[in-house]
Design a protein around this ligand. Structure first.
Ligand code: DCP
Ligand code: MG
Length: 372
């Protein structure tokens, strides 16, 4: 694969059908847009979203604010305590959406294999690309330049042979960064990576892994696929592969996430309600983590129960207020299970899915406006 490496290397790996993936992520997105449009905010600690007198949370923090330890999802009040001069700005979602359209149009000049993950980030598969540029690093540089020209905003890019590595790479030299993880560096890179830096391993799972003595990719690599699946469910297979720097997930341009869910089937059927509740709590945590990554919440919860005899039921409830927190998800799933699990029946699989998704930061803003 040619990542901007010597040509001979490029030819060698192209023969082995290596892919070239770029992950692009705008820097301090909402905050940078506000600093761009109002010179008074430039060079200052600012946050978008949340008001200290309300219960809201920070959506985006400028790099100047981050020096005080302020970050996204932090309660606005805590943020203000950390920095007295912090400026709070109300979000302008229309503008962020416009910028998002501009950067997506730029991506499509290079490839149609663009998978947006959020307004400010996307995966691009540039193995084959429209301008026929052989070096993926050169494409990443060109895209960053075009974004800066069109929007006066900086982006960071990660370049590698799969999504997992490209996503991590884009965070390495933020802001305005460009990082290549070449195929021959990939395994060593993952081995030294702390477990909490693995994209796809949330806080709860990271803690569970640390309790098992897994601190880095090298530790994770010690585990067999079967043991990881036993401990973590199906997603254990993903952990096994990424510990080896492998990730075959294609860049999917048509992907529209309509739901977020997690399920687990058990080596031994669950016979008691207590066991099922404990399992639901774990599932709720996982779903909440995923919603958090996607910055979404949802109106409908669906509980899936598969019994020991393989009979399967699903039960849904739709709420007027969307939910995203683990405790709320667990509470509702527990109620549904309580109401619907059959007496004296053993359960071999449980699943929780949240659908009718909405953008969490936008929603929080609407709620705040209503309470003013
Ligand atoms: N966002 C949000 N709530 C969060 C996280 C993010 O509303 N908990 C919004 C505001 C961010 C935008 O999504 O500006 C992009 O999210 P990122 O995680 O990419 O964060 P930033 O772009 O702000 O910063 P970074 O430079 O770390 O990418
Ligand atoms: Mg970003």
């Amino acid at each position: 694969m040619d990542f901007g490496l010597p040509r001979s290397l490029g030819l060698l790996s192209r023969a082995s059908r290596c892919r070239k993936i770029i992950h692009i992520d705008m820097d301090a997105f909402y905050a940078s847009v506000e600093q761009r449009d109002n010179p008074a905010y430039r060079g200052k600690p600012i946050v978008v979203g949340g008001r200290p007198e309300q219960r809201g949370a920070v959506a985006a923090a400028s790099y100047e604010a981050r020096k005080f330890g302020i970050h996204a999802a932090m309660p606005a009040r805590t943020a203000q305590q950390k920095c007295r001069d912090l400026i709070f700005i109300q979000p302008r979602f229309d503008i962020y959406r416009q910028v998002s359209q501009q950067i997506r149009a730029i991506f499509h000049r290079y490839t149609d294999l663009v998978e947006p993950l959020a307004l400010d980030e996307a995966y691009l598969d540039v193995t084959q690309n429209k301008p026929n540029i052989p070096s993926a690093v050169a494409i990443a540089k060109a895209i960053k330049r075009e974004i800066l020209e069109a929007t006066q905003l900086t982006a960071s890019a990660g370049v590698s042979m799969n999504k997992f590595l490209a996503k991590i790479a884009s965070g390495v030299n933020k802001p305005n960064g460009l990082c290549l993880i070449a195929p021959d560096q990939a395994e060593t890179f993952v081995e030294t990576l702390p477990i909490n830096k693995f994209h796809g391993i949330g806080q709860v799972t990271a803690e569970k892994m640390r309790a098992l003595g897994i601190q880095t990719g090298a530790d994770l690599k010690q585990w067999s696929e079967a043991d990881l699946v036993k401990r973590f469910g199906k997603v254990g297979r993903f952990y096994y592969r990424v510990a080896r720097a492998q990730d075959e997930r294609p860049v999917n341009p048509n992907r529209i996430r309509k739901s977020v869910g997690a399920e687990n089937s058990f080596a031994e059927d669950l016979a008691s309600l207590d066991q099922m509740f404990a399992e639901l709590e774990r599932l709720a945590q996982r779903v909440a983590e995923r919603l958090d990554t996607q910055k979404q919440s949802g109106h409908t919860l669906t509980l899936k129960i598969k019994y020991a005899d393989y009979q399967q039921i699903t039960r849904s409830q739709t709420l007027s207020e969307p939910i995203r927190e683990a405790s709320a998800i667990y509470g509702l799933a527990r109620e549904l299970l309580w109401a619907h699990v059959g007496d004296r029946k053993k359960v071999r699989l449980l699943g929780i899915t949240i659908s009718h998704l909405v953008d969490a930061s936008e929603l929080q803003y609407v709620q705040l406006s209503l309470t003013l």
